[in-house]
Design a protein around this ligand. Structure first.
Ligand SMILES: Nc1nc2c(ncn2[C@@H]2O[C@H](COP(=O)(O)OP(=O)(O)OP(=O)(O)O)[C@@H](O)[C@H]2O)c(=O)[nH]1
Length: 202
């Protein structure tokens, strides 16, 4: 609770303030305001504009030592720790955003990759709006295992309710081999958005 209170009282970091969404143009909208049902229009007008703090849950899964914690730490705290400290069960971070003046929180659940903690970690998969499956680009076996990690996470969620990302980590260790990236993209988790990352690089 102390950690949550601290997050909520800290100002939103400049990196996470978005003043506009340029890709949301009237042309991109399926329905414009004038097409809304009268009841919906009235409800919108009555809204104070700050109703309901939006929180999205992200779960990060993958084998032990692939770099899940490092990925999250780079994103949330912009730091990197060379020493390996295994996650015990689960841990979480909350990152605050401000999108066109509206507060938005991302709750990021970091799960343990060790088999003995799988039972604890899987209890936190439910309600994930995004599932990030992580593998180590330098250890191809961890890519094979992403399929199982994803299946386990999807089982706890409603069908088609989560965005899926496949992230290959430790790009710095395999720079020269990265042309194999194309194969990775379309391999085991075809429905995922694929990215390669380096938590060590600044
Ligand atoms: N060179 C390099 N090392 C990395 C990178 N990301 C993580 N590591 C190292 O890989 C090791 C494991 O990283 P963690 O982030 O603890 O891995 P994890 O997936 O959270 O591990 P578990 O908690 O056991 O599931 C650590 O020693 C990190 O310093 C990276 O991008 N490049």
């Amino acid at each position: 609770y102390a950690r949550i209170t601290l997050f909520l009282t800290n100002p939103v970091s400049n990196h996470f303030i978005c003043f506009s969404l340029p890709w949301y143009t009237p042309e991109a909208s399926l329905q414009l305001k004038e097409h809304f049902h009268a009841q919906v229009r009235t409800a919108c007008q009555q809204s104070t504009g700050t109703a309901g703090l939006k929180i999205s849950k992200v779960v990060v899964v993958g084998d032990l030592h692939v770099g899940k914690t490092s990925l999250i730490n780079r994103f949330c705290k912009d730091n990197f720790d060379r020493d390996y400290k295994a996650t015990i069960g689960v841990d979480f971070e909350i990152e605050r955003f401000e999108i066109i003046g509206m507060p938005y929180n991302l709750q990021i659940w970091d799960t343990a990759g060790q088999e003995k903690f799988k039972c604890i970690a899987s209890a936190y998969y439910r309600g994930a709006e995004a599932i990030i499956t992580v593998f180590d680009l330098a250890d191809i076996q961890t890519l094979d295992h992403t399929k199982q990690w994803l299946e386990d996470a999807l089982r706890e969620n409603e069908p088609d309710s989560s965005f899926i990302f496949l992230v290959g980590t430790k790009k710095d260790l395999v720079v020269s081999k990265l042309s194999a990236d194309k194969e990775i993209r379309f391999s085991l988790v075809p429905q995922a958005i694929s990215l390669a990352s380096c938590a060590q690089c600044h």
